[in-house]
Design a binder for this molecule. Sequence first.
Ligand SMILES: [Ca+2]
Ligand SMILES: [Ca+2]
Length: 512
Amino acid sequence: MPGRLTTSRFAHAQRGGILELIPYLRGQGSFTKRSAQIMKKAVLTTRSLLSLVLAVAFLTGCSDSVLSDTDTTAGIQDSEAESSFTKLRHSHLLRAKFLSRTKVLERYESLAASDDFVLGMSKVLERYKVLERYESYDGVVIKRRYRNAIDGFAVHIQDSLMSIEDFLSIVENDGDISWIEPDIKVNNAQPKRSNLKPGARQYLPWGVERVGAGIGSSASVDADIFVLDGGIEWTDLNESGDVDVVVSGSGNAMSAAHGTHIAGTAAAEDNSRGVVGVAPGARVHSYKVLNGAGNAKLSDVIEAVDRITAMKLAEPSRPMVVNISFGADIGTTEYNGLDEAIANSIAAGVVYVIAAGNEGIDASTVTPAHVTEAITVGAYDRYDTFASFSNFGPTVDLLAPGVDIESLSPSRRPFAPPVLMTGTSMAAPHVAGAAALYLDAKPSATPQEVLEALTAAAQPGIAAVPVNTTSLSVHVAGLLWSAVDGFTSLTNVESSVSDRLKPGKGRGKGRR
Ligand SMILES: [Ca+2]
Ligand SMILES: [Ca+2]
């Protein structure tokens, strides 16, 4: 006879499989109101689980009674605990000190927030007055102000001066605020790394070669790539800006290793040293949002997105690509403030390329990978086999190399030997580089057109792809031909496209 269904038991069941939950669904084991609430939360927030629960319930012939019981009991408890805060979004990610009965599920422990929030404003004429008002409350510290990608701000609550419950009540009754949500942590999936032997000359990474890019270009790609990550050590890159959205913390080197590696795959220069990226010499901008441990606050990432959006709004013709190689499973497809900011930034014309994540789950519950308007990237290995760790599902737009990827080392030593890293973090910059190449050839392309062109030029053939997931790999050759406006024949194309854009040029020269 199974014991009481607790949060940790439920989390265990999730890891071990749905079978452990069957006794509870059958009414064996003690299924308390608390159990029902845990169950309801999980069912509401996990689409895939919902289908499993329904399937199991169908098989055991108890569909109606189980689900309606769950709904009723949990509904009562929910209304006691939460119904007064209708503006509070993603409350399952709030490590609330006052909502004791909705303690955060174990699977979200690592990203849950308690004293920090992001708020969205209604359309207000005098936004500064709203900010002034919040500034005047004792115990409310405004951390960030946004006006380009979203209308809103982020706060820290000093709970000795203001209780979370009181703050939520203020927000609830404030017509100028349309939503509030916990300022969660998102993180880079810790990459595996190892060192390669030093080489005297430039190294062509297998992933760059696999997507049809590589050695042979001479001019630099005319596009801006923004790497939102843990900072970049500048070597073998066209350094174009270094913005510390967060200040450096301890363990900074590992987080800079991640960012430097990503930048190298996207845009390492084609010279005689280091590696060569997919879009060699594109202007690289570092926006440091991850701390030394590889974590970012939602509010800090929104800040970066807000600033980048402002840049695009000020200079609409600027070809801009953002690479995001971090995220978090938030257990819901519903957008958070970051997702909305990114969607708005894309609407303003900025291309976003986002790693699908390394949890081996459907990416539709992963922020910001689940932003539909973005280009979401899964990973495969050098044998063209889908990487088992890569998130999957219909949210994934394209696949790219992401296992044992050779790229720049964060060593301050110029042209230190490349290092190997593995993860969808490494797959995304292949696509970011491809998007930069396309924008170089066709600067007026909208993010939607870039996605369509990348998809049209992609090549099938990645094996072991999960159901409902693309098997297309990014490839730049056809992409560059498609960027040429009004071509009618190969001859015309050849006369109008620059040498650098000719697909295949430089390939076959072999590894140097
Ligand atoms: Ca190089
Ligand atoms: Ca998409």
